[in-house]
Every structure is written in structure tokens, then in C-alpha cells.
Design a protein around this ligand. Structure first.
Ligand SMILES: [Zn+2]
Length: 290
């Protein structure tokens, strides 16, 4: 799998035994793998759970399907001769560092662009790649890492972007191939969003998605809501790291801290195969099963 970047150390710690002798033990912690479409997507829906998982000693792996070559860039941001893909890779590495990611993998597929644009038809666009081939690549990584939990997106990719929809399809298939049973669809609580916009018209005007009624999932379908307010500083740093995508992040970075917390202080998921949940409860979960 290329290219690869290891940001953290192996899964080991040094402890002293009763005689004061240093011993090297392998800690049995969980492995969280978050699968995303483009550099910067990791922040919005899973930045908090990644940071909290890392802080709790779990291993965190971020996999990004595309190079993000079709992102919009502010005039004059890139240096002479600098390629956007190179900039976005560096931004992603900085963001991953802020979020406590131990391993970052980019699958290297081409960005498909927004729905309805000509780039959607390219053979090498992620939305057009063979699902079995892409899923096999991700499955190999899941097996190698011994993944306990995989996050993908909801079936319409939160807002209909072809690459995000493909993350759902490829991710779900990869989990089947690798035998990962804890699969969570990272989503947005549509009702929470509507309430937030109703309470803050300025926010609605500056940072609202085009059509909220199509955004994320309704609250009634969400199984898992994680309070990530303790990770807000890291999430904000990760947003700031994606400097070339200021068009997406700028409105949020300019908001007062309490508004950012209201919008991004919880991360929402729909658990797949709920009947197999070991805890056997239909109640809302407040954490991923790490
Ligand atoms: Zn994206």
C-alpha cells in the first residue's frame, strides 16, 4: 500500500516490574481505523473520536482514498511550481499529527470532483474504481492492523459527493472481507444542524450546507453520539492545518469557540449490524467500542 507514513511509534510501552527492572510489554489496546474520501474530511466527523482514542492509548489509523487534487485553492496560496496534491498531503500529515494518528495511509485514487462535474467520468476517479479491488486493498490493511472498529460514511456520503458514497461502499465491503464487525457510519445529525441554524441565522448564512434536508441522517437513525468537547483544541488545530481548504474551514475557524463547540463538539454515527452489538442495548451509545 503506497504511499505510507508512520507518524507514531509501535504499540508498546516501558514499565518497571516489582524489582524496578524495566520491562517492555505490549499493551493490548484497540485499533481504530477511520476511512475518509479526501484530505480534510477526517476533521469534521471523526477528528474528535480519533484524538480521544489516541489519548486513551488506542492505536489510530487514518486511511484517505484520494489525493484531493480537485479542491478549491485560494489565489496565490501555492508557491511557484507547487502542486496542490503535495500541499494537501503535507496539510493532511499535520492534521493527522494534531489528531493523534499513529499511521496515515493514502490509497492514491483520483479525486472525482463534486457530483455532476466532468471529472466524475474519469476512469481513475475513485467513484469509478472497481469496488472489489479497492476493498481488497483496504481489507489487507484492516487485517494487518487487527482493526477493531472501522468508520465509513452513511450511504449517501453525508452530502452526496461521489467519492464519499464510494467510501461507504468500499469501506463496508472491506469490513466484510476482513471480518471487522464493528463498522460505524460517520454522519451528521441533521436535526441538530437544523436546530443550530435556527438559533443562529448568521451561522446559517455563512456556513450552512446547500440543502440541510439532504444532509447526514435524521437523529432517529443515529445510534452513537460521542461527546468530543475535550478534543476541540486538537480539532481546531487540524482544521487550521488544511490551509488550502480555507473555503471549507474558514467560516468555522472565524466562529467564537462556543459556536464551534456547538457545531463540532459531538460526533454522530450509525452503527451497522446493531443486533450484533455485544452490549445488547438499544440505547444510544456514547462511545465507539474501543
Ligand atoms: Zn470529501
Amino acid at each position: 500500500m503506497t504511499p505510507s507514513c508512520r507518524l507514531g511509534g509501535p504499540h508498546r510501552v516501558n514499565r518497571n516490574d516489582e524489582s524496578g527492572q524495566a520491562v517492555d510489554i505490549t499493551v493490548t489496546k484497540s485499533v481504530l481505523v477511520c476511512f475518509h474520501a479526501h484530505p480534510d474530511d477526517e476533521v469534521f466527523t471523526t477528528g474528535g473520536v480519533m484524538r480521544l482514542a489516541a489519548d486513551a492509548g488506542h492505536r489510530v489509523v487514518l486511511v484517505t482514498a484520494t489525493d484531493g487534487a480537485l479542491g478549491e485553492v485560494p489565489e496565490g496560496l501555492l508557491a511557484d511550481g507547487e502542486q496542490l496534491v503535495d500541499r494537501r498531503r503535507r496539510e493532511l500529515e499535520t492534521s493527522a499529527g494534531a489528531l493523534g494518528v499513529h499511521r496515515l495511509e493514502m490509497l492514491g485514487y483520483a479525486d472525482s470532483g463534486m457530483a455532476g462535474t466532468p471529472d466524475n467520468t474519469r476512469d481513475d476517479a475513485f467513484c469509478n474504481v472497481d469496488v472489489e479491488v479497492a476493498a481488497s486493498r483496504l481489507a489487507a490493511l484492516l487485517v494487518e492492523e487487527g482493526a477493531d472498529v472501522l468508520t465509513v460514511y452513511d450511504p449517501h456520503g453525508n452530502y452526496g459527493h461521489p467519492d464519499h458514497i464510494q467510501v461507504h461502499v468500499v469501506g463496508v465491503r472491506a469490513a466484510e472481507l476482513a471480518g471487522v464487525t464493528h463498522v460505524y457510519e460517520a454522519t451528521v445529525n441533521r436535526d441538530h444542524m437544523v436546530r443550530l441554524m435556527a438559533s443562529n441565522p448568521q451561522w446559517a448564512a455563512e456556513a450552512a450546507p446547500p440543502d440541510v434536508s439532504e444532509f447526514g441522517l435524521p437523529e432517529s437513525e443515529i445510534t452513537t453520539v460521542v461527546d468530543v468537547r475535550a478534543a476541540m483544541a486538537a480539532k481546531r488545530s487540524a482544521m487550521a492545518a488544511h490551509e488550502s481548504q480555507v473555503g471549507d474551514f474558514g467560516p468555522f475557524l472565524a466562529m467564537p469557540a462556543e459556536q464551534v463547540e456547538a457545531a463540532f463538539g459531538q460526533e454522530s454515527f450509525r452503527r451497522r449490524g446493531g443486533a450484533t452489538d455485544q452490549r445488547g442495548t438499544a440505547a444510544l451509545e456514547s462511545a465507539l467500542p474501543l
